[in-house]
Design a protein around this ligand. Structure first.
Ligand SMILES: [Fe+2]
Ligand SMILES: [Fe+2]
Length: 290
């Protein structure tokens, strides 16, 4: 992965997820107070890179930016490959210089899917675990980190102050545009999230990639897994409809598997491969389009 620079302040994409984990510690294994304290430790140099990352994200994720990226990527004409090659491709994101990142992207996907499988959830949910971060290949197509990862939020309406580092939206031109800076903006009350555009990133991209193949609750998990201001703070109930609320039960079910399934023991891919080959063949075509 590209070295840290002004456009890409994080030393690797996992730094964002590590920060989310500090913000929302696992209630089962971590004492809340201690972690909140750690989270507020602004002397930590990693905090500064995450802060800078959010500054860029909140400044440049505008309604027009999202439209531009949708037009560019949702034709899926960049690359076509079997899912197994896609995992290898994704693993190019590993940053060898970071001692904290000992597991590659594939390991995170497998740990998520294996934790889901262990708990006896439907097989399509296991598949969701396996593919949920596949959209991070956007980085390999040259997108900056702030257009690939980070908390997602609706564009085209006012930014909620429940989004992390809300002060950085001051610099986002949409926050000064009367078309976009009211509570509803370009949307209607409770219009349903299917009518709402989210900030651009790996969630929307993988949802669009998978939308013909996975049952709807799984598609919600893919599409909204980084929408923390909604699943943790209920900041956008005014855009959600009844159906969204029903489906968000699934998003909430998925979320802990993404955040809290990190385990220092890597899953044994050789042993698991036959199961996953069958699972992938059941739901997905032989090649995926990027
Ligand atoms: Fe993700
Ligand atoms: Fe993830």
């Amino acid at each position: 992965m590209k070295p840290q620079n002004e456009t890409n302040p994080l030393s690797n994409l996992d730094e964002w997820e590590e920060d989310v984990l500090k913000r929302y510690p696992d209630p089962e294994t971590i004492v809340q107070e201690k972690s909140v304290e750690e989270y507020r430790n602004y002397d930590d140099p990693k905090r500064d890179t995450v802060r800078e990352f959010y500054r860029l994200n909140h400044t440049y994720q505008t309604y027009d930016f999202v439209m531009e990226k949708r037009a560019k990527y949702l034709t899926f004409s960049k690359k076509e490959m079997p899912i197994w090659s896609a995992f290898d491709f994704l693993n190019q994101l590993v940053d060898d210089s970071d001692p904290d990142t000992d597991l590659d992207q594939m390991q995170h996907l497998l740990q998520t899917s294996e934790a889901i499988r262990r708990d006896g959830h439907p097989d399509w949910m296991v598949l969701v675990g396996l593919v949920h971060d596949m959209g991070k290949t956007l980085c390999l197509f040259g997108e900056p980190q702030w257009a690939v990862v980070g908390d997602t939020f609706p564009v085209g309406c006012a930014h909620s102050d429940k989004i992390v580092y809300p002060e950085f939206f001051e610099a986002n031109p949409d926050s000064k545009n009367p078309k976009y800076n009211t509570k509803l903006g370009v949307y209607e009350q409770n219009c349903g999230l299917r009518n709402v555009h989210m900030s651009w990133g790996h969630d929307e991209y993988v949802y669009q990639m998978m939308k013909d193949y996975i049952p709807e609750p799984g598609l919600y998990m893919l599409r909204y897994h980084s929408f923390y201001s909604q699943h943790r703070e209920h900041a956008y109930n005014h855009l959600m409809d009844e159906h969204d609320h029903e489906m968000f039960k699934w998003v909430k079910l998925f979320n802990p598997y993404d955040l809290y399934s990190k385990n220092p023991t890597p899953p044994d891919w050789k042993k698991l491969r036959p199961y996953y080959e069958d699972l992938v063949a059941k739901y997905l075509p032989p090649t995926l389009k990027f």
